[in-house]
Design a protein around this ligand. Structure first.
Ligand code: 5AD
Ligand code: SF4
Length: 430
């Protein structure tokens, strides 16, 4: 049997698309390999959000060049945000790559497989059930053009998948044992704007709530300028919709937010968080922060620290600004915050946030929480609560894919430890 190996870096969207590609390869009779070295077909699903990610892609492409000299029949495919509109230029730069396709452009991939005489079966792309959780892209692309971000240039304009198609897919997955779906988009608040009848994310959540076998629905990422009251009400009222939001703020200073072209002020963001917490008191919140954006002064950075202190997010994803060729910030501003300042600011945010997360999580000690078990690691089962907290526990029974009630013991800023209380299936919203 021919074998495939898929190398994935980057966001959840890439992970979802890799699951799909694996589905196509399975349908064509391939089997998963454990490394590049024993694969006949290699797919690189790439990310270029920051230079560090792009460098990893270039390093891996270099490695594969060597491998292809030894293994001449090896087919190398590239997708993800490394693939820009200049396909011909990329082919010239990387002649050892057999096929490139834009992120999410599966029709191109299927045509290529037909040309190769190993046709992938359309519609056979449902992820294999190695996990009770599946990622479902609902909207591709982004129309926002935040000044630092390369994504709109690589993933193109927003295109929503028809509501009926998503519901069919989720129903099929639920029949196959999937208990939780995460709906994905760069900006899920734009979902449906360009579809007939203009359904929105709240409508989709409402429909998905009636899929019997499904226990949980999540979605990411929201945009603070677009999230609606209707959506917050859906989270509050629909039992299956989990109480967690990814709400990237990026910075805590109005001038920086303006230069980033985020479309909101600190005050508006603050009011939004108050509204969210008022409507859904159990909500857990994650955010993204970029430190060292061009021109960011020490004082402006302090504003970000104060906002983090005030908001008390559950999780903060932190990145140092990385100029991306072609973006507005790259054209208009000099990357003038020295690397050592960026590192220092990154550390300051990390230290502050680990204290906050540690405090928030320690309050969960003694609480009983519902965990959906995703797998086991080092003799412990692990899974997530509705609020997206990672929980580990020991148990001799096979708990894979079950909803289990766990009493929380030890906590850290990143994870919780606990023990099973009963065999679960309760709708306890914690
Ligand atoms: N430099 C640093 N971080 C970036 N992000 C996006 N573009 C850049 C960049 N050029 C971060 C943002 C975004 C997350 C996915 O990646 O915080 O929310
Ligand atoms: Fe990038 Fe902004 Fe779109 Fe997010 S909303 S993908 S940060 S342009």
């Amino acid at each position: 049997m021919p074998r495939y190996f898929i190398w994935t870096i980057g966001c959840q969207m890439n992970k979802a698309e890799s699951q799909r590609i694996a589905g196509y390869l399975d349908s064509a009779g391939y089997e998963a390999a454990t490394s590049f070295a024993d694969a006949d077909i290699v797919v690189l699903n790439t990310c270029v959000i920051r230079q560090s990610a792009e460098s990893k892609v270039l390093g891996t492409l270099g490695l594969l060049k060597g491998l292809k000299i030894k293994h001449t029949n090896l087919k190398i495919l590239i997708t993800g945000c490394f693939v820009d509109s200049d396909m011909e230029g990329l082919k010239r730069r990387f002649p050892h790559v057999d096929f490139l396709f834009r992120p999410g452009d599966f029709s191109e991939l299927i045509s290529w497989s037909h040309e190769q005489g190993v046709p992938f079966v359309q519609g056979a792309s449902l992820p294999a059930a190695f996990s009770p959780c599946a990622f479902i892209p609902i909207i591709q692309g982004c129309d926002n053009f935040c000044s630092y971000c390369i994504v709109p240039y690589r993933r193109g304009r927003e295109v929503s998948r028809p509501l009926g198609e998503i519901i069919c897919e989720v129903k099929e997955l639920a029949k196959r044992g999937i208990k939780e779906v995460t709906l994905l988009g760069q900006n899920v608040d734009s979902y449906g704007h360009n579809l007939p009848g203009h359904p929105d994310l709240a409508d989709l959540l409402n429909e998905l709530s009636s899929v019997d076998e499904l226990a949980r629905v999540r979605f990411l990422t929201n945009h603070p300028k677009d999230i609606s009251l209707k959506l917050l009400e859906s989270i509050a009222s629909l039992n299956k919709v989990c109480e967690h939001l990814e709400l990237p703020v990026q910075a805590g200073d109005d001038d920086i937010l303006r230069a980033m072209r985020r479309g909101y002020t600190v005050e508006r963001y603050r009011e939004l968080v108050h509204t969210v917490r008022h409507k859904v008191p159990q909500i857990s919140l994650s955010t993204d922060i970029i430190v060292g954006f061009p021109g960011e002064t020490e004082e402006q950075f302090e504003h970000t620290l104060s906002l983090l202190e005030e908001m008390k997010f559950d999780v903060v994803h932190i990145a140092a600004y990385s100029p991306r060729a072609g973006t507005i910030a790259w054209r208009e501003y000099r990357d003038d915050v020295p690397l050592e300042f960026k590192k220092e600011r990154l550390n300051k945010v990390e230290t502050l946030q680990s204290g906050i997360s540690s405090q928030i999580n320690s309050q969960l000690q003694g609480r009983q929480m519902e965990v959906l078990v995703e797998g086991s690691k080092k003799g412990k089962w692990f899974g997530r609560t509705r609020s997206d907290k990672l929980v580990f526990f020991e148990d001799n029974a096979n708990r894979f894919g079950q909803l289990v009630q766990v009493k929380i013991g030890k906590t850290s800023p990143w994870a919780l430890q606990g023990e099973v209380v009963d065999n679960g299936n309760s709708q306890n919203r914690t």
